[in-house]
Ligand binder design. Structure first.
Ligand code: GAR
Length: 212
């Protein structure tokens, strides 16, 4: 069977995308990255993708007259790469209705906190400020809210007394890269099913696997 097609959206370093890319080198992984799309020039992950021969695209908000036109443009760009699964890996914008209409249920996002705790743009900073002793990372199915979608997978990371936002985020990212690469592979090999707030991955759900 041909490997499933993953389109990855990034805004920055792309270390999470790189972890997925490395996982795809094993044919048994069952998926390949069909394209990497960024919302800004200079996202370092674009260079990583280009070096690996993966098509890239940049869809900048400022190039469009308003947000709704950008929403349509990014949905069109994602669609042009015919993804089986869309992975938001450090993508720092909310996707609008056009992307949800086309890819709802087969779009995942990774967040550096144990959702529903500490959603939003500063999940690591907010966990520290909140005095959390354990935080981590969460892979969710994207819905219309900010980090509110059903939870696919989570991993915990202990907060150390002397942690800064940077040191804690680095430790989370080590765990997060493995979690995202593992979860994306399992979803695409085994299928998944979303029932309300509950997401299950497994061979018994292959029949329910969301396909374009
Ligand atoms: C990751 O920790 C991801 O969870 C976070 O950005 C980092 C991306 O790192 N995303 C968010 O905070 C989204 N709210 P990377 O660019 O090195 O993959």
């Amino acid at each position: 069977m041909a490997p499933a097609r993953v389109v990855v959206l990034i805004s920055g370093a792309g270390s999470t995308m790189k972890a997925v890319l490395e996982a795809t080198e094993d044919p048994a992984y069952g998926a390949r990255i069909a394209a990497v799309i960024a919302d800004r020039d200079g996202a370092a992950g674009l260079d990583i993708a280009s070096a690996a021969g993966i098509p890239t695209a940049v869809v900048r908000l400022n190039d469009f007259p308003d947000r709704s036109v950008w929403d349509q443009a990014i949905a069109r760009t994602i669609a042009s790469f015919t993804p089986d699964l869309v992975v938001l890996a450090g993508f720092m914008r909310i996707l609008g209705q056009p992307a949800l209409d086309q890819f709802g249920g087969r779009m995942v996002n990774t967040h550096p906190a144990l959702l529903p705790a500490y959603p939003g743009a500063h999940g690591v900073r907010d966990a520290l400020a909140g005095g959390a002793k354990v935080t981590g990372c969460t892979v969710i199915i994207v819905d219309a809210g900010v980090d509110t979608g059903p939870i696919v997978a989570q991993a915990a990371v202990a907060v150390e007394d002397d942690d800064t936002e940077e040191s804690l985020h680095e430790r989370i990212k080590l765990v997060e890269r493995r979690l995202v690469a593992d979860t994306v592979g399992r979803m695409l090999r085994d299928g998944w099913h979303v029932d309300g707030r509950t997401v299950r991955i497994g061979a018994s759900f292959t029949a329910n696997k969301e396909t374009p």
